[in-house]
Design a protein around this ligand. Structure first.
Ligand code: FMN
Length: 209
């Protein structure tokens, strides 16, 4: 069965553009996949914690040697990874903060990139293969190819790298520029919405490679 995991990261609610786009994507995806399963996580409202010393010590201890406390330190990370691995389509709503990921989304990434669960070591092989990810990036300015600030975008290249590291190589980025004037907002929103519909219609079960 097709399974969509939707994650929003903006701390803003109604005013969030990334959130609006993930919701539009989910609605279109549910039309294309009426029997599909939808899982939702809201990092903006319920942030995940930063990794700490107990987390790190536990993650790098082989599972069979972990104490009950170590298993407890990884419980949320395990839950987040199980949720990620169960889905075949991922849609992430990501605000750009200071040219990179919002801290809330970075905290999520740190929880799900785990040796033995989403990548192997030695060998560095991604273990979360066969998924398609769609990332809605909301930024104040435009960072598309050829835009004056394009080189300052650390969201897209970073996410391409880290998702690829865990085996998610089919990644589509859809961007909207929310604070560069009404014309830019209208233009990038229209283009983003068209992409959302097209990508959601294509993201049917069995289509990820
Ligand atoms: C703390 C903070 C830092 C931001 N840094 C940037 C930035 O570096 N570049 C940019 O283009 N926009 C920046 N913005 C604007 C946001 O990316 C923009 O408002 C975006 O729409 C936020 O996503 P949302 O609409 O889903 O909440 C920043 C906003 C905040 C609150």
């Amino acid at each position: 069965m097709a399974h969509l995991l939707q994650i929003d990261a903006s701390p803003r609610s109604e005013r969030s553009h990334s959130r609006r786009l993930t919701h539009e994507f989910t609605s279109a995806w549910l039309v294309a996949n009426p029997q599909g399963q939808h899982t939702y996580r809201d990092l903006g409202i319920q942030p995940v914690p930063l990794v700490d010393e107990a987390w790190i010590a536990s993650a790098f201890t082989p599972p069979a040697e972990r104490s009950p406390e170590m298993h407890a330190a990884l419980r949320l990370s395990d839950e987040l990874i199980d949720e990620l691995l169960a889905a075949d389509t991922l849609v992430f709503g990501v605000p750009m903060y200071n040219f990179g990921l919002s801290a809330g989304f970075k905290a999520y990434i740190d929880q799900i990139v785990r040796v033995g669960r989403t990548f192997s070591y030695p060998g560095f092989e991604g273990l979360a293969k066969g998924k398609r990810a769609v990332v809605m990036v909301a930024a104040g300015q435009e960072y598309s190819e050829g835009a004056p600030m394009a080189a300052m975008d650390y969201v897209t290249p970073y996410l391409r790298t880290v998702l690829g590291f865990v085996g998610i190589t089919d990644v589509t980025f859809i961007a909207v520029a929310t604070n560069a004037g009404e014309e830019t907002l209208a233009r990038t929103l229209e283009s983003a919405r068209a992409s959302v519909q097209a990508v959601a219609a294509r993201a049917t079960v069995g289509s990820a490679t």
